[in-house]
Design a protein. Structure first.
Length: 209
């Protein structure tokens, strides 16, 4: 059942990802340029935050977001906390999810999809259980089932449960539901910040095998 559903879903999703990312990269170009100018004059360069992230099957790709933090370090050369590095502009970009816009080019390149588990950090790969690693059986997404069910306000274990559920139950109708609920969540600004951190605390592994 899952294989047949995925067989139907995948080509449609791949085509839609390409067409939508191509159109949005043109339509949103003025906004992308405007945000880039704001970042340059408030934080300097680089404007884009680029980092290796695990994609399909855990293979690395370069992930793009707008930069939201300064590169300030302490006396021993370590980055100070994100809470103190994030700028006022960066906080606004995150709250409106505008920092995610450059990820459209990841979709256009084929590294990501619009809908799927969020790409996390490369160093998390050996920490996943076998079940949790199955979130990499599909391309990562800009938004996903976990994002509309709590985003940064839920635990890592809950987030991974949502990701794995999506991998097993993906469909065109589910993608449409996630897409429109994401817009609603962004408008309501729900689940963006964890209660104690500007972003989720680091994933340290799970007892699950």
């Amino acid at each position: 059942m899952y294989l047949s559903s995925a067989f139907i879903h995948y080509p449609f999703k791949k085509m839609l990802d390409f067409l939508l990312s191509f159109l949005l990269s043109i339509i949103l170009l003025p906004i992308l340029i405007f945000i880039s100018i704001l970042i340059y004059f408030s934080m300097g360069s680089p404007i884009i935050f680029a980092q290796k992230r695990p994609g399909l099957k855990g293979n690395p790709f370069t992930f793009y977001k707008f930069r939201t933090m300064l590169d300030e370090k302490d006396s021993v050369g370590k980055y100070i906390s994100e809470k103190h590095r994030i700028t006022r502009l960066g906080r606004i970009l995150r709250r409106l999810s505008l920092d995610e816009l450059p990820s459209i080019f990841n979709v256009l390149k084929g590294d990501m999809s619009f809908i799927g588990p969020r790409p996390l950090l490369m160093e998390y790969l050996p920490l996943y259980s076998k079940k949790q690693f199955s979130r990499h059986n599909i391309k990562p997404g800009i938004t996903g089932w976990a994002q509309i069910n709590g985003r940064n306000s839920i635990s890592w274990e809950e987030k991974f449960e949502f990701d794995v559920w999506y991998v097993k139950n993906q469909s065109v109708l589910l993608d449409l539901k996630i897409f429109f609920l994401t817009i609603w969540k962004v408008v309501k600004k729900e689940g963006i910040d964890n209660s104690k951190n500007s972003t989720m605390p680091p994933f340290l592994g799970s007892d699950e095998k």
